[in-house]
Write a protein that binds this ligand. Structure first.
Ligand SMILES: *Cc1c(COP(=O)(O)O)cnc(C)c1O
Length: 372
């Protein structure tokens, strides 16, 4: 049955479903390696501190701070700390907007720039699926251009041609890209700097804390750039849904007009403040995770049945040879209890704890052995 009052675009979409929904194993037997979160919860003292704060300082009957003022201030300090000591490049709270996850910001960006039949977005496939999904839901067309399959660098000629021949209002780039893990190369960056001011360039730095490279220092030279960040990955706050955008104050003002008045709950605001205050401790564990990633990469590289790509983030993208077996391997791993993501013809494996990594490596090893 079709409901006549619904927009036809919705027929192309499915509601987002999370990984655990379809697995027969009990949740405690599953290693969650498919959603790119950091594998550890807060240290217990920190969690207790947070719970005490909720109990003592957050009145449940009051609306949260709808202006996000003090969190914007804290984010400003954090971002400026990561920029070269160039006062031209430093940002202020007027450069920041907050979303209920960066997913909300992606939707606000689309609402601010495109409409049904009005403007298109450009993405380089494979990439983060949310841009296309949210665009489809709003009746906005997504133009997809390819990447070079050996490195997953963007096909710049194709991108440039699309910009010159189609009404592209927004280009979405991920730095480093998901699901493939590659950061923007100098050649790609040189092209990004040439994109004319009538096109918004969104640079999604969801994995910034893992590769340490940001384009935030160049924002003052590019009024048409918006950087997206999230607390869901290295900062361990996926449960709380907080993301932010950094850009020109006029663009930020437009996005602020479109967000819901109290889009970030009081516990989420407090959690983001807490992780920023404790960033030395929390981000201090990132190098250890990257060492784990390098070990997993080396171990996967031992299998002649796999093709893998170097990663600048907390996950690794790989395929089987022949590629037709990749989906079979993904399903085998999920059934064995290592949840991995099968997407864009490959497997995206999130780096977990040492024990989780060992388990998935031994499952992959066993699969490779029985398949020769
Ligand atoms: C995880 C991720 C996000 C973060 O989404 P949230 O809504 O903030 O949890 C955004 N962009 C990319 C590319 C991601 O991988």
């Amino acid at each position: 049955m079709t409901l006549a009052f619904l927009r036809p675009e919705l027929n192309q979409l499915q509601a987002y479903s999370s990984h655990t929904a379809s697995n027969p194993l009990p949740p405690e037997e599953l290693d969650i390696l498919d959603t790119n979160e950091f594998p550890l919860d807060f240290p217990p003292e920190l969690k207790q501190k947070f719970v005490d704060y909720l109990f003592n300082a957050i009145p449940a009957n009051r609306y949260p701070d709808g202006s996000h003022e003090s969190l914007k201030q804290a984010i400003t300090s954090y971002v400026n700390e990561t920029l070269a000591q160039d006062s031209q490049a430093l940002i202020t709270p007027d450069n920041i907007t907050l979303g209920c996850g960066s997913d909300e910001l992606i939707r606000s960006i689309l609402l601010a720039t495109c409409g049904p039949g009005q403007g298109k977005i450009l993405v380089a496939d494979p990439t983060f699926s949310m841009y296309g999904i949210l665009a489809t839901g709003l009746g906005v067309e997504t133009v997809k251009i390819p990447r070079h399959l050996d490195t997953f660098a963007i096909n710049i000629n194709a991108a440039q041609q699309a910009l010159e021949t189609q009404p592209i209002n927004v280009v979405f780039l991920v730095h480093p890209n998901s699901p493939t893990g590659n950061a923007l190369t100098p050649a790609e960056l040189a092209w990004v700097r040439t994109i004319p001011e009538q096109t918004l360039v969104v640079i999604d730095e969801a994995y910034f804390e893992f590769n340490g490279e940001t384009l935030a220092g160049e924002l003052s030279a590019h009024r048409n750039w918006l950087i997206l960040r999230t607390f869901s990955k290295a900062f361990r706050l996926a449960a709380f849904r907080v993301g932010y955008g950094i850009g020109h104050p006029q663009l930020i003002e437009a996005l602020e007009k479109l967000r819901l008045p109290y889009n970030i709950t009081a516990p989420s605001l407090a959690a983001a403040q807490l992780v920023l205050a404790e960033r030395e401790t929390l981000l201090g564990e990132v190098p250890g995770l990257l060492a784990q990633r390098d070990q997993v990469f080396t171990a996967l590289g031992q299998h002649s049945q796999l093709t893998l790509w170097a990663s600048n983030a907390n996950f690794i993208f790989f395929q089987t040879k022949p590629t037709e077996l990749t989906q079979d391997l993904a399903q085998h791993l999920r059934q064995a209890g290592s949840l991995v993501r099968y997407t864009c013809g490959g497997i995206r494996l999130t780096i977990g704890t040492s024990a989780e990594n060992q388990r998935v490596l031994s499952r992959i090893g066993a699969w490779c052995q029985q398949c020769v």
